[in-house]
Write a protein that binds this ligand. Structure first.
Ligand SMILES: Nc1nc2c(c(=O)[nH]1)N[C@H]1C(S)=C(S)[C@@H](COP(=O)(O)OP(=O)(O)OC[C@H]3O[C@@H](n4cnc5c(=O)[nH]c(N)nc54)[C@H](O)[C@@H]3O)O[C@H]1N2
Ligand SMILES: Nc1nc2c(c(=O)[nH]1)N[C@H]1C(S)=C(S)[C@@H](COP(=O)(O)OP(=O)(O)OC[C@H]3O[C@@H](n4cnc5c(=O)[nH]c(N)nc54)[C@H](O)[C@@H]3O)O[C@H]1N2
Ligand code: SF4
Ligand SMILES: [Mo]
Length: 763
């Protein structure tokens, strides 16, 4: 007789890197997930519910699919070919341990690198665990920055000296105007509060304006005003808005006088000529070009009238919130756009004010998050994460000018030599729960060429749950467990006031293992077993770290209670207004910069080599591969990416159910499509000097003419000629880092588009 168990509900939360960590309730019977449901108002008991999106409610269909990796494998063809041979876990661990020490001894500990990887964005994650073991074993080459926020964080640090520049979200309801600058939270989940408060603001009648080359989902959902703008030109519009604000007498001079450095002549750092100030640039005192709305119209494609109107509206709104997404800073001159937003907030005196918004990175962490304990990395050197391919090719030549940093804790690098440089190229990569080895990094064809050369990077380990583009480049490929197959603690992005617990829902599938378990065996093999694990299982680590956090976050319940509830929502969440103290008493509470003021003019930039290629003020710089680049004659269309509702980066691309939400298509304006004889749904060839792809077009006036858009994250699927058929934008993106942050410019690209089938005939 068939024995039907009662349905059990097991509580967990999302743990990929979308901004949410939503509550997932797994309905399980006989060890099988029957369905997933989520948080409701009733569950949330007065807090904003952490309600899962369509991706979350389909997690089981993605993560438990037939295409899961099942057992460890070793490479049996060229890197990238995807040919593998099954091996045992013993062989996998043996090979990793012996390559790990061989490479350490041959090239030094700093030849080992752990790639950026966010597939497991939870407390216990393969990449931090691997870093711990490498530190115990002499060290590794570390990185700083992320693919998410390299420019905006460095720009915010440069001007404010901190990234904690956000107010708590409920304060948006006190604004008289909200500008979402390249921000699309209806689609790019930041957390569950963001859209909740934006909808409330809308209901309250607060005008909402969205500046974006695309009429994004947020414009539609909030019925907001849409201002289309040419990609990567935003800082020209910001300059012109500043010009209007000054000319119209809307400049909060009292605020800039008291709190800012470098806005006008009278407030420059000691010894620097007044003509270097931002106002002098705006008025065109040196170059004879006043940065008027007419000037900006030619660059941005936004009409002078619209620029004037938004400037006056923002200048008068006080308090008004100019909120930046990360899209505009994932560009060739992304730092300047982020700095421009901050400059406008300062100019209008919206900093440190309820209903205002200091702009920039806008972190607002009301609670501390747990983190895995990391010993000192004895090598102590870091590169900007985006330059890892550069460090594979010419690490030993990279210096401070490439962004190489010493974190001061270790002895490593070639410290005798100045300038600072690396001791070795990257020779070993651990890529654990990430797709940045290929799919999510730029210029796939070049990256692939670099990785195929086994004399450069000699050993690559990947742990993933699917045969992704990155996995195909592994020498040893390990099958990881999904979120349902092991427990973990999840932490929110900056605005969430909770901590999540992911209970184990089912037993691990096939031979899949969590990264900690095989890393313990590698540690054992290299004689560091005890130091690495400290005798703890992964479950014991979670409890240990949680209890340590509890000594600081006193409100947290007993571990068992937390685990059973699957979530803890903090009750004590004091309202935060960033820089409130600094604004009201700047002498007593200086800003955390060197000068104690908000640095609109950066002496740090002005007095270093950066000065040769990066301005000391937040002014517009014509970006390479922007609309004004000479290359536009050959490749006349700008191409941007965005984060789609259908995926979390590359995750869910293999889930057919998700495809319907947003089929992979190239957005094109009817004018550009018409000129090329393309109708909605036609297949087009998209190309530039870096790569080619074939993809259907979506003809829509939701995008500005001259601009195309393709959502990032689709799986790279090259045909036999190397033309991508999956719609993976990184076939077309570039490896040129941004000038100051050395960040990823993945939204700045020039391309040409033609009808594919006609071209096929020609070839
Ligand atoms: N559904 C979903 N949500 C996610 C993610 C996901 O993969 N899927 N990823 C998460 C992660 S890790 C991150 S870092 C964030 C990413 O968050 P963001 O980086 O903010 O997201 P994007 O979609 O890249 O960009 C936001 C908007 O900027 C616009 N944009 C692009 N270029 C320009 C420009 O030059 N000027 C202006 N004004 N606008 C421009 C895009 O059209 C887009 O609508 O999202 C998080 N949330
Ligand atoms: N062109 C362009 N490129 C971009 C961006 C862009 O806007 N444009 N955005 C950038 C940004 S903001 C980010 S954050 C990065 C994200 O880059 P990645 O962190 O590489 O993002 P994902 O595609 O989410 O990769 C996660 C991987 O983990 C695997 N995975 C999922 N769950 C598990 C698990 O439980 N265990 C294991 N072992 N593996 C698992 C997935 O199969 C997937 O291969 O991409 C960047 N790349
Ligand atoms: S994908 Fe993100 S928004 Fe969707 S349910 Fe998971 S955590 Fe929430
Ligand atoms: Mo990101």
């Amino acid at each position: 007789m068939d024995c039907q168990e009662e349905v059990k509900i097991i509580r967990t939360t999302g743990r990929n890197n979308c901004g949410g960590r939503c509550v997932i309730l797994a309905h399980v019977r006989n060890g099988k997930i029957e369905k997933l449901t989520t948080d409701t108002w009733a569950e949330a008991g007065g807090s904003i519910p952490l309600t899962a999106c369509a991706r979350g409610l389909n997690y089981h269909k993605t993560f438990l699919g037939e295409d899961r990796l099942r057992w460890p494998m070793k490479r049996a063809g060229e890197r990238g070919q995807g040919k593998f041979q099954r091996i045992t876990w013993e062989e996998a661990v043996d090979t990793i341990a012996s390559e790990w020490t061989r490479i350490r001894d041959a090239y030094g500990p700093g030849s080992r690198f752990v790639n950026y990887a966010t597939g497991v964005s939870a407390l216990m994650r393969g990449n931090s665990l691997a870093k711990r073991l490498l530190s115990l074993d002499g060290g590794f080459l570390d990185y700083y920055n992320s693919y998410s926020t390299a420019c905006i964080r460095q720009a915010t640090q440069l001007m404010y000296g901190t990234c904690e520049t956000g107010n708590s979200l409920e304060d948006w309801l006190n604004a008289n105007l909200i500008i979402l600058w390249g921000h699309n939270p209806a689609e790019t989940k930041f957390d569950c509060g963001t859209m909740y408060y934006l909808k409330k603001a809308k209901e309250k009648g607060i005008p909402i304006v969205v500046v974006d080359p695309r009429k994004n989902d947020t414009v539609l959902q909030l019925e907001a005003e849409w201002i289309p703008i040419r990609p990567a030109s935003d800082s020209a519009m910001m300059d012109a808005m500043a010009y209007v604000i000054v000319k119209e007498g809307l400049w909060d001079k009292a605020f800039t006088d008291r709190c800012c450095l470098g806005f006008d002549r009278e407030h420059m750092p000691e010894g620097i000529d007044g003509s270097e100030c931002y106002l002098s640039y705006l008025l065109g005192e040196k170059d004879q070009i006043p940065k008027t709305p007419q000037w900006a119209e030619r660059i941005t494609g936004v009409s002078a009238e619209q620029i004037c109107r938004l400037a006056v509206q923002y200048g008068r709104a006080k308090p008004g919130a100019l909120i930046q997404g990360y899209g505009p800073q994932r560009h060739a001159c992304g730092e300047q756009i982020a700095r421009g937003g901050i400059m406008l907030a300062c100019l209008t005196g919206n900093v440190g004010l309820s209903g205002g918004w200091a702009s920039g990175a806008a972190d607002c962490n009301r609670h501390q998050n747990p983190s895995f304990p990391q010993p000192v990395n004895p090598y102590g050197m870091k590169i900007p994460v985006f330059l890892w391919t550069e460090a594979v090719v010419r690490g030993h030549e990279m210096t401070e000018l490439d962004g190489v940093r010493a974190d001061g804790s270790g002895s490593g690098g070639d410290r005798e030599n100045r300038p600072l440089c690396l001791a070795s190229d990257i020779k070993m990569i651990l890529n654990l729960a990430g797709n940045c080895l290929i799919n999510q990094h730029s210029h796939i064809n070049r990256t692939s060429q670099i990785l195929k050369d086994t004399s450069k990077c000699e050993f690559i380990v990947c742990s993933d749950i699917f045969m992704t583009a990155s996995a195909k480049y592994a020498d040893i490929l390990l099958p990881g467990v999904s979120m349902f197959e092991c427990e973990n603690i999840t932490m929110p992005w900056q605005y969430g006031d909770f901590l999540g617990f992911g209970n184990q829902v089912i037993q691990p599938l096939y031979e899949c293992r969590f990264e900690y378990d095989w890393l313990c065996e590698v540690a054992e093999k290299i004689g560091l077993g005890r130091e690495f694990s400290q005798g703890r299982t992964k479950e014991q680590w979670l409890e240990f770290i949680y209890n340590e956090l509890r000594t600081r976050e006193r409100e947290l319940p007993e571990y068992g209670e937390f685990k059973e509830a699957g979530i803890y929502r903090y009750k004590n969440n004091p309202a935060v207004i960033a820089f409130e103290k600094e604004r009201s008493d700047p002498d007593r509470y200086p800003f955390p910069t060197k000068s104690g003021k908000i640095e609109i003019f950066s002496e740090k930039v002005y007095r270093t080599q950066y000065r040769d290629f990066f301005p000391a003020i937040p002014r517009y710089v014509e970006p390479p591969e922007g609309a004004g680049d000479g290359l536009a004659e050959k490749y006349p269309l700008q191409l941007i990416g965005w984060h789609t509702k259908r995926r979390c980066h590359s995750i869910h691309d293999n889930n057919r159910a998700m495809e319907k939400l947003d089929p992979q298509m190239l957005w094109m304006h009817p004018k550009d499509a018409g000129e090329r004889g393309l109708k909605d749904g036609d297949r087009a060839l998209v190309w530039n000097d870096r790569g080619r792809m074939k993809i259907p077009v979506k003809v829509t006036d939701r995008i500005m003419a001259g601009v195309t858009a393709l959502s990032q994250g689709a799986w790279y699927r090259p045909d036999k000629d190397g033309t991508d058929t999956g719609g993976s934008i990184n076939v077309l993106t570039s490896l040129r880092p941004t000038p100051y942050a050395r960040g990823n410019p993945q939204h700045t690209n020039l391309v040409q588009v033609e009808k594919a089938d006609e071209l096929d005939k020609d070839l």
